[in-house]
Design a protein around this ligand. Structure first.
Ligand code: AKB
Length: 320
């Protein structure tokens, strides 16, 4: 039986990943790692163990690994792309100094490590359409710099020390549980809240700006499936392209309008978000993930839209 630590368990991905891991491996075998400013609440708190695990404090991670005999770490601590531009030093401290701490503890306690990368690891010089697995990665954002470094450092610990590091390049992730904070793709979550509340959506990203996206159940499945994959099949490790759909604001607006005919949207472009989005791919080629560990998303734009609207109506107690 595995013993897993999720660092960043109260965040957008962590809050749902922790519960899914508990379902699969047993409640007592998955520790929700948190920092004191983001305490676990509700079912996350009541369904299993939790402990302080701050990536900037190596000892805190070490203590949890020793106490719970951890063999697998999902390291989700990071600042997202927009907020990382306003706090670059903090983005580096959490993303890279923090990763270093996690990898050192993993080396000592023989843990496998999953640390997500992102479509943000690409840049203007990257082929934009059907972006290959192995290609140019020269991002100009601090988020991108930390993500490329994450990939390199994780591969380094694998080849040099044999630490079982694995990763995916997540696209924008859409969920109805914990909202994201400070990302370029957040508009694709916010738009659903406006639609369900009957409000006009003001879109910060220009029409015609395509980005890869994925519904949270697929994102969680991607992380767990990769960590379960037979190592002999993996030609790549850090990090695999994965995607489920690619759309621009107009595409998601029309998908929602099919179920909410009165829904309205206008544009008020945010220059920072737009410049970041313009530097990211339109669509990824994820064939290596499909071939090496049978990656296969379940949700497309339409099925995700239907499910998001249904779940948000229940969450916000809005009848339609
Ligand atoms: C962001 O927008 O910063 C993230 C990402 C794509 O990595 N959602």
């Amino acid at each position: 039986m595995k013993n897993i630590l999720v660092i960043g368990a109260t965040g957008q991905i962590g809050s749902e990943l922790t519960l899914e891991l508990r379902k699969r491996y047993g409640d007592d075998h998955v520790v929700a790692g948190y920092i004191p400013s983001a305490l676990p609440q509700g079912i996350l708190k009541s369904s299993g163990p939790s402990a302080i695990a701050d990536v900037t404090d190596r000892q805190s991670i070490e203590v949890v690994c020793r106490q719970f005999k951890i063999d697998t770490i999902y390291n989700l601590a990071a600042l997202l792309s927009v907020v990382a531009e306003s706090r670059p030093a903090m983005a580096w401290k959490i993303g890279i100094d923090g990763l270093w701490n996690v990898l050192e503890v993993a080396r000592e306690y023989n843990c496998a490590v999953f640390t997500p990368s992102s479509i943000g690891s690409f840049g203007e010089a990257t082929p934009r359409v059907n972006t290959p697995q192995d290609t140019i990665q020269r991002p100009r954002t601090m988020y991108g710099v930390t993500k490329v470094t994450t990939e390199l450092l994780s591969d380094y610990y694998y080849t040099k020390y044999g630490v079982d590091t694995r990763s995916v390049r997540f696209p924008g992730i859409i969920s109805n549980v914990t909202p994201p904070g400070g990302g370029t793709t957040d508009y694709a979550v916010d738009i659903f809240y406006s639609a369900v509340k009957g409000e006009k959506f003001v879109c910060p990203i220009k029409e015609g700006t395509f980005m890869d996206m994925m519904y949270m159940p697929d994102a969680i499945n991607a992380a767990i499936s990769l960590m379960e994959a037979a190592p002999a099949r993996l030609k790549h490790r850090n990090a695999f392209n994965v995607t489920a759909m690619s759309f621009d604001p107009e595409g998601i607006f029309q998908a929602i309008k099919k179920y909410v005919p009165d829904f309205e949207m206008e544009y008020s472009v945010d220059p920072l978000k737009q410049s970041i989005a313009d530097s990211w791919p339109n669509s990824l080629d994820d064939s290596c993930a499909r071939n090496e560990w049978d990656w296969q998303p379940q949700f497309d734009l339409d099925s995700m839209t239907k499910d998001m609207l249904e779940k948000l109506r229940v969450k916000l107690n809005i009848n339609q």
